[in-house]
Design a protein around this ligand. Sequence first.
Ligand code: ATP
Length: 328
Amino acid sequence: MPKKIFKIGVLTSGGDAPGMNAAIRSVVRTCAHYSIECVGIYRGYEGLIEGDFKAMEARSVSNIINHGGTILKSARSKEFRTIAGRQIAFEKMQEAEIDALVVIGGDGSFTGALIFNQEFGIPVIGIPGTIDNDIYGTDYTLGYDTALNTVVEVIDKIRDTASSHNRLFIVEVMGRDAGFIALNAGVGAGAEEILIPEEDLGLDRMLESLKRSKRSGKSSSIVVVSEGEKSGKSVFELAKFVEENLPEYETRVSVLGHMQRGGSPSCFDRVLASRMGVKAVELLLDGKSNLMVGIKNNKIETTELSKAIKGTHHIDKELIRVSDIMGV
Ligand code: ATP
């Protein structure tokens, strides 16, 4: 028989993402709904080790659903990677009588949660919060939709200046291992070419496509590049490469950087966070552990944390085809 849950701790860990606050709010209010206690843990596992806790009730999370970032702050904790650090975290939880954890973060945070469960038997449930959308077991992670909208809005603005000067812009977006943001924002913003880590089509193809675009009379060109794309060149080297091979192009670079992580979450992310938070608490109350809450075909579903950590979320190859056709 799993131990009855009276008090749940919630933390945000790893890179922050819009929608994390909406998820915290959902966890806190679901606990209130079921008349159990909820504790906010500050700065992820760092705060777990330090016992940096705050009791939270329904009104503690008023007016946060619309804010980016995380009111609980996030951190990366080296100490939690050690057994000694996790032992202290366990003792702090015992002292505060926290029975279970909801961890909002990426696969690193889930790995830590799983190890913690295996060592100390604390029930853990993960909610995927990362703008990269690179987590197996869910069609969408929290923050991804907001980041996409941010990127599309910015590229639209870049397009205005690009077409006024007949320039080519190379725009770097986040995505070290996965091209979700580049591919979807690229299609959404009408990019001429999209370079992603999943597909190394070579730079000749990019040159071909840019030549074609010039011939067809386009007044501006946008190339969206994912951080982790595989040509081996930085965006600045890519710009140089294009200018050397296609002197007719005047090229500029824009690295979007951390703005992609910020901003008020989209309605989609707020609703998703609300649904995931409810499910996470209900799973714990049902005696479940070591699961990640995800969404598949618009249904809230769960995946073993061990699989979520190891698996790969693949991009939609059909979208690459759509992008190619749009570049005609
Ligand atoms: P993002 O996708 O934004 O990088 P993440 O959750 O993957 O988010 P990480 O920095 O990989 O971010 O992990 C967050 C924290 O989880 C780490 O700082 C560490 O405290 C904990 N963690 C990660 N891996 C392990 C591990 N193998 N053992 C124990 N704790 C871990």
